[in-house]
Design a binder for this molecule. Structure first.
Ligand SMILES: NC(=O)c1ccc[n+]([C@@H]2O[C@H](COP(=O)([O-])OP(=O)(O)OC[C@H]3O[C@@H](n4cnc5c(N)ncnc54)[C@H](O)[C@@H]3O)[C@@H](O)[C@H]2O)c1
Length: 275
């Protein structure tokens, strides 16, 4: 295992044929000190992973359909997962049980799933990172929104994504709300009481968290991943916004996570805890 900082980190990508997985394959192939040793996807199995990702030259790593077999044969140090909410827990548990470290970008993991992962990483003395957003700007947006929540007790979150996204609200929006609630346990205290507010069209006020933050999810073709947090106060508003214009925006964070998780232990939630 590459833990001394000098050796090469052997990396696997799960979801290698997906929009994010293809970017990750290209990133791992381009980064010094990282070696792509495994590519798994139920789609396009048998294809060379680099050609599958749109590169001109093959990398001699084929996309494999079965994660268990791939883990046994390729023995990666770290596996990056960008698959689907329905697949991520099973994948991550298989990775952890193989002794490898897991970098999870897939969103939609339940609290129960996270607690299973926590137990598994402790039992196998390894590490897993769950990062709702790998874009450094989005991590900063979450930090700034948490800071602003100390001064504003009225805020709403609007997240905007491409129309193929499976889960709503986004993992980033949920994580942002969680961090904001640490600074401000109850938002919108002076709003019209929710039992008096009349939604003419169900869902118009969005989803509501325990801390009374409303989250609105927009899904449109043409979008990638965007988020606004709007704060309201006496005679003023403050808007904090981040836009991922392209999937490459996530890649510096993914590379950082792959390098740094080698030295980590346990379950880590949020890229900021590995930066
Ligand atoms: N954390 C972040 O920064 C971030 C950024 C963008 C997207 N995401 C999340 O990443 C996930 C993937 O997004 P995407 O746009 O690449 O999706 P996608 O649908 O384009 O790709 C998912 C890929 O996973 C494969 N897959 C599904 N189940 C599998 C399994 N059991 N084993 C192996 N492969 C499997 C599919 O065949 C597909 O190729 C989503 O949950 C999305 O919300 C996270």
């Amino acid at each position: 295992m590459a833990v001394d900082g000098n050796s090469v980190v052997r990396v696997g990508v799960c979801g290698a044929s997906g929009r994010m997985g293809k970017e990750v394959v290209k990133t791992i192939l381009a980064e010094d000190g990282l070696e792509l040793v495994m590519a798994v996807d139920t789609h396009n199995a048998g294809m060379d992973a680099a050609l599958n990702a749109g590169l001109a030259e093959p990398c001699q790593v084929s996309v494999e359909a079965d994660l268990q077999t791939a883990l046994q044969n390729k023995r990666p140090d770290v596996v990056v997962d960008f698959t689907a909410p329905s697949a991520v827990l099973g994948n991550a548990l298989a990775v952890i049980r193989s002794g490898a470290r897991s970098v999870i970008g897939t969103t939609g993991l339940s609290a129960e799933g996270m607690s299973q992962l926590e137990q598994a990483v402790a039992q196998h003395k390894t590490a897993a990172l769950i990062a709702p957003n790998f874009a450094i700007g989005a991590v900063l947006l979450m930090r700034f929104a948490q800071e602003a929540s100390r001064y504003f007790d009225h805020a709403e979150i609007i997240e905007l994504h491409h129309n193929q996204k499976l889960d709503a609200p986004s993992g980033t929006a949920l994580r942002t709300a969680e961090l904001m609630a640490e600074a401000q346990p109850k938002f919108g205290k002076t709003n019209v009481a929710s039992d008096k507010e009349k939604e003419i069209l169900a869902g118009s006020r969005g989803g509501t968290t325990e801390s009374n933050l409303h989250i609105h999810s927009v899904r449109l073709p043409g979008l990638v991943a965007h988020q606004e947090v709007i704060f309201g106060g006496l005679g003023q508003t403050l808007t904090i916004r981040h836009d991922s214009l392209d999937r490459t925006s996530f890649m510096p964070g993914v590379a950082l996570a792959v390098r740094n998780i080698i030295h980590a232990q346990g379950l880590i939630y949020g890229l900021e805890n590995l930066m």
